[in-house]
Design a binder for this molecule. Structure first.
Ligand SMILES: C[S@@+](CC[C@H](N)C(=O)[O-])C[C@H]1O[C@@H](n2cnc3c(N)ncnc32)[C@H](O)[C@@H]1O
Length: 275
């Protein structure tokens, strides 16, 4: 069951804005998602918490748009929602949104996922394409997420490991569920290989419902990683429940991308009345 919330809105708005900036008109994209999710998940409208009514209402409005109106919408997320047929009961993952936005045939890359039903659904959705499904925890699959050499198309490497905790590396049921401070260092080699390639691209990480005591650690870890990679960066966010924030870190070898993605998000946030 999907947890449709404003963190999803933040993540998908930034990813769609970044992909649009990276590919331009009709270009190809390498996509890596460390937490792919099934192509579509469902929630009942009544299950969407009141905190997240803005996303629920936006999805309702997009579903009622005539196709030509949706195709001309200024924000790429609205175009992607319309192309993917997104509703609360049929909520798309990043790969489906980008397939709707730039064309399935324009994507290659890797989708990492551990839940067996989600893996099976991803394999069906991407059968016959250049997108591979990796059925392993992302930390174990890092070598398979390295870019091909040469990497001849722009790239987007995205992760949304639920939340960030100082003790994110602590095991639960044999798995490490959340992002933790050590993960930024773990990701560095794979991201450095992308940054050193001849193509421009962006890394982004989204964490949800982060309280003040953990937000600083996420910011510090992401900004230190950007410094070590020598790339442009921005931290974006939106209000979550109970005084928390949903946060995203955008690091990019395209020097203009973080500011453009943040500007497009701020416009969307102010149009929708979010803080
Ligand atoms: C928040 S959802 C991802 C949402 C999705 N990325 C999207 O586009 O909205 C988290 C997904 O990550 C998967 N997951 C959790 N831990 C993982 C891990 N260590 N490695 C890979 N996938 C994981 C879960 O099974 C779940 O489908």
């Amino acid at each position: 069951m999907a947890r449709v919330n404003h963190g999803n809105l933040l993540q998908h708005a930034i990813e769609c804005a970044a992909a649009t900036q990276l590919v331009g008109d009709g270009g190809d994209l390498r996509l890596v998602c460390t937490h792919a999710m099934a192509p579509f998940e469902s929630a009942r409208s009544t299950d969407v918490h009141e905190h997240n009514r803005v996303l629920r209402d936006l999805l309702g409005q997009v579903a009622c748009m005539p196709p030509e109106g949706a195709a001309a919408a200024p924000h790429p997320l609205v175009r992607a929602y319309a192309a993917a047929g997104a509703t609360v009961g049929h909520y798309p993952n990043t790969a489906e949104l980008l397939a709707g936005l730039i064309g399935r045939e324009h994507l290659d890359g890797v989708l990492c996922e551990i839940e067996p039903d989600a893996v099976a659904a991803l394999r069906t959705a991407w059968q016959g394409s250049s997108v591979r499904v990796e059925a392993r925890p992302w930390r174990e699959a890092l070598d398979t997420l390295l870019p091909p050499a040469p990497l001849t198309r722009p790239w987007l490497f995205s992760m949304d490991p639920y939340t960030f905790l100082h003790a994110g590396e602590r095991k639960q049921d044999g798995m490490i569920p959340f992002l933790g401070p050590k993960d930024f260092e773990l990701l560095r080699r794979c991201l450095a290989a992308h940054v050193k390639s001849e193509s421009l691209g962006a890394f982004m990480a989204f964490v949800y419902g982060v309280d003040k005591s953990h937000a600083g650690g996420f910011r510090r870890g992401a900004l230190a990683l950007a410094d070590r990679l020598g790339v442009a960066r921005v931290i974006v966010g939106v209000e979550g429940p109970d005084g928390t924030r949903h946060l995203g870190a955008v690091l990019a070898s395209d020097p203009d991308l973080p500011a453009l993605a943040a500007e497009s998000w701020h416009e969307m946030k102010s149009t929708l009345g979010l803080r």
